[in-house]
Ligand binder design. Sequence first.
Ligand SMILES: [Zn+2]
Length: 159
Amino acid sequence: MVQVPEIPKVETVELPAKETALIVVDMQNDFAHPKGALFVPDAPQSVPAIRLLLERARQAGAKVVYTQDWHREDDPEFQIWPRHAVAGTWGAEILEELKPEPEDLVIRKVRYDAFYGTPLDHYLHLFGVKHVVVTGRSEERRVGKECSEPCRSRWSPSH
Ligand SMILES: [Zn+2]
């Protein structure tokens, strides 16, 4: 069991765009579409806000990163959770309304933590990112886990 400390909430944050990445967490059909396998009922209501964030981040020249839960058919996670986000399926696709642009970075991951076993850390360093803004389904627990120890020790997360 990993304990994730609370991240203090603030109303406004000003960050230098060139050193900032907006990370959109798992806004995939299986979680955020009403027909998805693990649909989170309040996910659709976060879509307009995320669209706005994406628009502003892109306009300002910030890096945009998407995480995408991405499992094999026989993933052991399915012993705990119903089958979801299986590689190549509709459920694993990012919501149509939030579709990544070609220049965005899409990080496929097998665990909650987007830093676990992925090149995310490498790319953030490569891009010169010093701040991350984490957004996704309005499910605090999930967003909290997304930015776990390796993230917290190096970047100042805002969400
Ligand atoms: Zn999963």
